[in-house]
Ligand binder design. Structure first.
Ligand SMILES: [Zn+2]
Length: 496
């Protein structure tokens, strides 16, 4: 379908040039031109630009899949992206926000400034061959179990296509690709947002591999990340236990309190924890114990209210056990601020491109993964979901993309890159992310984001409408980072 359209386009080059000239004139006069007929042609050109790069983008995503570098160690992945962008004429700032594997690449000048986010970190222990059944490539090594190699390739593809269209048509504005490391760990965007790297954006686009295709207007949960530490007194657990005060008892009481609290929180709240330190040996009363806790809800206010109650539980546990406590607040994410005005445009572009088509081999590969993971054999589900406008609570889960959404209108899209319903963060996603079933979703995301970025560059009124909605939803709030003051990103050194 697309091919036919593109071939047709080749015969209309002259017509196109006239249109582009018209564009430049109208743009330079600063007059808004809603629904200007030429935008259709430019979008077709944009799709051609992504298509032209498709094999290269597949190669880049496959290389990042092979590097499989975990959070804060994504050196080769970042370098590959930076190298490409520099060769394509982007100005690149490396190591931004104190993160060696973060970067900002810009092309063009002046406003509007449109951002596109890229991620490229892998997950530990998920090494997997490019096969539809579980088989480690290198036992114990990392793998792209969240498809971030595709995330990188798709966002790179969008940035390259937009750059090409801007360059060719001498369009005013700036396109920026943000290399955002450590999404699976400390959340690189949290540090990049705190350091103001998104402050001058007029709009931002992001995507994520999924097993469905939709523009995301469901939002994401706000989260507080904290570690609760108790300090007691050590003693012999059999000879003189009365001299001791157990920090582990305090952790246990806290956990008991949190679990009782579950009955009295809203259904949208999620509280989950692990005990990271509980003592050394049974015959020493534990002097030190730690609990790592995440609290989530549909918005920051909800999280704050629950955290206040947990602080009381911690105090109570310390009093009851004769210990002292300290809460280390490690950071928090906002909930995603959805922008419907922009999402509608993204939806239109997605529908214009149309759903992915799969070959029989691809469908069979997908079904084999589903069989192996005891998932219903639905194959690939690629129909484009309608935009859901009225969503009360987001699905469970949080993302650092949400930080950007409180700084500039931010749009998010999911595309089908894996068989429907298979467990995420598992070998099944690694097996999909180096296969054509993943590549096709990556290219769809690149096309949807690139055409939407073109809309932003051309349509000043659209950006104004998005900003109006953004401002209304902010309700006077100015973005404040959830990071403790002065906190530096933790750096990691590669161990062999
Ligand atoms: Zn992810």
């Amino acid at each position: 379908m697309l091919e036919a359209k593109l071939k047709h386009k080749m015969h209309r080059t002259t017509y196109l040039n006239i249109l582009i000239l018209g564009f430049s004139l109208i743009l330079s006069s600063g007059i808004h031109h809603p629904g200007f007929a030429g935008s259709k042609e430019l979008k077709r050109e944009t799709l051609t630009a992504v298509e032209k790069h498709s094999q290269f983008l597949i190669d880049v995503s496959n290389s990042i899949w092979e590097f499989a570098e975990i959070a804060l160690l994504e050196h080769r992945s970042a370098e590959l992206l930076v190298d490409t962008l520099e060769k394509e004429g982007f100005r690149v700032k490396r190591g931004v926000a104190g993160l060696p594997t973060a970067f900002v690449a810009s092309f063009g000048s002046g406003t509007p400034t449109i951002g596109i986010l890229a991620e490229y970190d892998a997950l530990p222990g998920l090494s997997q061959e490019n096969l539809p059944y579980k088989k480690a490539l290198i036992e114990g090594k990392a793998g792209h179990g969240c498809g971030h190699n595709l995330f990188a390739g798709g966002s790179l593809g969008a940035a390259l296509a937009v750059k090409e269209i801007m360059d060719k048509n001498r369009m005013k504005g700036t396109i920026r690709l943000y290399g955002c490391p450590a999404e699976e760990d400390v959340g690189g965007k949290l540090y990049m947002a705190r350091d103001g790297l998104f402050d001058d954006l007029d709009a931002c686009l992001a995507w994520h591999p999924d097993y469905k295709t939709r523009v995301d207007v469901k939002g994401s949960q706000a989260i507080d990340d904290m570690e609760i530490e108790f300090f007691g007194k050590a003693s012999h657990a059999a000879f003189d236990p009365w001299k001791g005060a157990s920090a582990l008892d305090a952790v246990e009481m806290t956990v008991f309190g949190i679990n009782l609290l579950r009955e009295h929180v809203k259904p949208s709240v999620r509280m989950h924890y692990v005990i990271t330190q509980g003592g050394k040996v049974p015959n020493i009363v534990p002097e030190n114990a730690k609990l790592w806790l995440w609290v989530r809800d549909s918005n920051r206010e909800g999280v704050k209210a629950v955290v206040k109650r947990i602080e009381k539980i911690v105090e109570g546990a310390a009093v009851a056990t004769g210990t002292t406590s300290k809460i280390h607040y490690k950071g928090s994410y906002h909930e995603m601020l959805v922008n419907l005005a922009g999402s509608e445009v993204l939806q239109k572009n997605l529908e214009m491109i149309g759903p992915i088509k799969y070959t029989q081999e691809e469908a069979a590969y997908a079904k084999r993964i589903q069989r192996e993971t005891e998932t219903e054999e639905k194959g690939m589900v690629c129909e484009i979901k309608e935009l859901e406008r009225l969503v009360k609570d987001p699905e469970g889960g949080s993302t650092d993309v949400a930080e950007v959404s409180w700084i500039t209108p931010t749009l998010h899209i999911s595309t089908t890159c894996a068989p429907f319903g298979v467990p995420w963060h598992s070998w099944a996603i690694v097996a999909s992310s180096r296969h054509s079933i993943g590549h096709k979703g990556m290219l769809l995301a690149a096309k949807a984001m690139a055409t939407t970025a073109i809309d932003f560059l051309l349509d000043e009124a659209l950006l104004l409408e998005m900003k109006k909605e953004f401002k209304q939803k902010l309700k006077g709030y100015t973005y404040k980072s959830g990071l403790p003051p002065g906190q530096k990103p933790p750096l990691r050194v590669k161990k062999n």
